[in-house]
Ligand binder design. Structure first.
Ligand SMILES: NC(=O)c1ccc[n+]([C@@H]2O[C@H](COP(=O)([O-])OP(=O)(O)OC[C@H]3O[C@@H](n4cnc5c(N)ncnc54)[C@H](O)[C@@H]3O)[C@@H](O)[C@H]2O)c1
Length: 312
């Protein structure tokens, strides 16, 4: 049994990761600052399955100010997911993004170095590639939004701590994650909500933008594989995506069929920073980690619908 720190534990993906690590018998120290990008009560709900489980402890703390050594002392790994996610708000509140995504990461890296953390796993994003994210891990990094730029700053801080202090680390670049607990600002969440409530959906662009959607437990699985295969994962960067590439129009049609309703669409031009095409090349994660995404888009959407229905 290992002791794992998970930052952003009350978030969408972080809460799934904590559950999966506990299910594998690990001890988990979760932390989160409940940044009100979306309502606190939703994050508290994310934690409900974790609170009270043996092996799980939670600290409400802000990585930008808190004393971090006690959190990391004696840990076998740190999974760093805490961040300001969501691209659009990053144009209007850059300070929040730069402080949570770069400054907080730097503070955590310094604490990981000072506690001799054996494995730091940084969760990054396909947004570091920019408007198109269709190549392998060594493709040009050209982020096209303040969000992508601050997440890339986090990656580069990781590399600086690795090069100068020998901090052992792995970078995981997630591609569009979906499933139960998906953030309420994300497209599939908004479409399902609009269909359930009979509301119009505001669509940016022509709907032909494509995504390598990754079901939440598949992205979590890749992160755990990187932790379990530390010897091969150290120093590496991995794309983490689902097995299918689908357009927004295709997903909209699937959701309409699953819910047996037609979506009313209000068309708007693409927004600044929006990615056009993502298609995760995951051959490296497959080869080195044995990563294999398991959930098809149709199955994953069904599970997300069930969850959103249960939410009311
Ligand atoms: N959801 C996706 O599709 C996606 C895709 C690529 C990468 N990612 C990355 O995955 C990670 C998790 O994303 P998510 O979708 O679960 O987002 P989320 O907003 O649900 O979770 C992030 C959590 O981090 C916490 N946090 C932010 N700043 C903090 C700070 N200074 N101190 C402590 N906690 C802080 C927030 O309160 C939040 O609960 C992020 O690093 C994000 O960049 C997500």
């Amino acid at each position: 049994m290992s002791c794992c720190v998970v930052t952003g534990a009350a978030g969408f993906i972080g809460s799934h990761l904590c559950e999966a690590l506990l299910a594998k018998g690990h001890e988990v120290r979760g932390c989160d600052a409940f940044i009100p990008y979306y309502p606190r009560h939703l994050k508290e709900q994310n934690l409900m399955g974790l609170q009270g489980q043996s092996g799980f402890t939670f600290s409400e703390l802000d990585l930008r100010q808190a004393e971090l050594m006690p959190l990391l002392e004696g840990a076998d790994a740190v999974f760093h997911l805490a961040a300001m996610a969501g691209l659009m708000k990053s144009w209007s509140d850059f300070t929040l993004y730069s402080s949570c995504n770069a400054e907080a990461t730097q503070r955590l890296l310094a604490a990981a170095r000072d506690t001799n953390c054996p494995h730091f796993l940084y969760v990054s994003t396909s947004s570091v590639y920019g408007r198109e994210a269709t190549g392998t891990e060594d493709s040009l990094l050209a982020p096209n939004s303040p969000y992508g730029i601050t997440k890339l700053a986090g990656e580069q801080l990781c590399r600086a701590y690795e090069a100068n202090f020998g901090l052992p680390l792995t970078i995981l670049r997630y591609f569009s994650v979906y499933g139960p607990r998906q953030r309420p600002d994300m497209a599939y969440h908004i479409i399902i909500r609009a269909l359930l409530q009979g509301q119009p959906f505001v669509q940016y662009g022509d709907g032909e933008q494509t995504r390598s959607n990754t079901y939440c437990t598949d992205s979590v699985q890749a992160s755990i594989l990187a932790f379990e295969n530390r010897a091969v994962a150290l120093g590496e960067t991995f794309n983490v995506g689902g097995g299918e590439v689908v357009s927004l129009n295709t997903v909209r049609a699937m959701l309409e069929e699953l819910l047996e309703r037609r979506l009313q669409i209000e068309h708007r031009p693409p927004r600044p920073g929006d990615q056009k095409h993502t298609a995760a090349q995951t051959e490296k994660a497959q080869r080195l980690l044995g990563y294999a995404p398991r959930t098809t888009v149709c199955e994953g959407l069904k599970k997300q619908i069930e969850w959103q229905r249960a939410q009311g």
